[in-house]
Design a protein around this ligand. Sequence first.
Ligand SMILES: Cc1cc2nc3c(=O)[nH]c(=O)nc-3n(C[C@H](O)[C@H](O)[C@H](O)COP(=O)(O)OP(=O)(O)OC[C@H]3O[C@@H](n4cnc5c(N)ncnc54)[C@H](O)[C@@H]3O)c2cc1C
Length: 363
Amino acid sequence: MFEKNVVVIGAGVAGLTTALLLSRKPGYKIVVAAKHMPGDYDIEYASPWAGANYMPVSIRNTEAAEWDKNTWGPLEDLAKNYPEAGVHFQDCEIHSRAKDVGSATAKWFAELLSPSPWFAKVVPNFRTLPKESLGPGIDSATVFTSVCINTAIYLPWLVSQCLKNGVTFKRAVFPHVSAAAASGVHPNGNVDVVVNCTGLMASKLGGVEDKTVVPARGQIVIVRNDAGKMLDVSGTDDGDGEACYVMTRAAGGGTILGGCYQLGSWESQPDPNLAVRIMKRAVEMVPALTNGKGIEHLDIIRHGVGLRPVREGGVRIAKERIEGTWVVHNYGAGGAGYQCSYGCAQATVDLIEEACRDVRARL
Ligand SMILES: Cc1cc2nc3c(=O)[nH]c(=O)nc-3n(C[C@H](O)[C@H](O)[C@H](O)COP(=O)(O)OP(=O)(O)OC[C@H]3O[C@@H](n4cnc5c(N)ncnc54)[C@H](O)[C@@H]3O)c2cc1C
């Protein structure tokens, strides 16, 4: 059997999950080549900054909902059976305030805020919380069992699973997507398919330059305090670009306090005023974080900023020939790169297989 040679550009959650699923198939020699790798923290590398949890905002009957749906099973399996992956179960409460109806966040969260979202039958224990149990200012709420991923463990775990399956890794910065097919990149010489998992930088990568991919800046505070559950609210009183969510990562990863969704901002440095607002909102929503003692009792590990790779029209999973090479794209997951990771990676693998069949047919 011919070995099919594939180069995956990008070692974020999209590139690593795609490489992992492809490496489980026989006959592929895969190289993951990227500017940033797990262990790095950089503004061009979204994956380490994510919470990361499963909290679908995709609209029912769309491809995006299908990808999210297809991701729940693998994440649930990891939380149940592979503690070394750094994924654990946590209850996830979604709080709704009537005053947020019509706001940008509430529109974005429309499906999530619904009392009967499409994923109610996918995740375990979905239910509506009784009105009398809700805190001040909250008009309705739902809760379900979700997962929270410790990205500092999970990304290296994905690398280790790929290595076990024979995938090789190297650092590279490609000015143009076709440079990944040049000699010297793949140990076998020729490259059948290049997979583009460059996230936000797909907006700048030669041959792609997708200007519909823009950053949605997210600022977080990581603390040692434990919230015991995940919470998210439909809006804040501090403006449309601001959000309030809390989640505790698996295996000592700390608790993430968020956040914001600043579309178009590339600012890499934390804004100290925003950090204070994030902490104030978090302890107001979950007083148990500091036993009701206020933000002075938050024990900060660090402040962080990441850029969600938001694409108009959603994730791009498509194949095309660029300068004679088959390129399969998987980029633009916005704020959902983990919760759609397995669904998107599987759809990408299907296209890689199609492209490889075409390459062989031409020989
Ligand atoms: C604050 C915050 C909170 C989030 N919370 C969640 C959450 O709870 N749940 C969830 O599902 N998602 C969440 N996300 C979104 C998630 O982090 C992203 O959707 C996801 O990480 C995108 O992954 P990616 O692999 O597409 O891109 P990235 O992680 O950015 O990886 C891109 C890769 O491509 C490489 N690359 C780019 N250009 C080149 C080039 N020219 N040459 C070589 N290599 C290149 C980079 O070096 C990197 O390795 C959050 C994001 C942020 C910022």
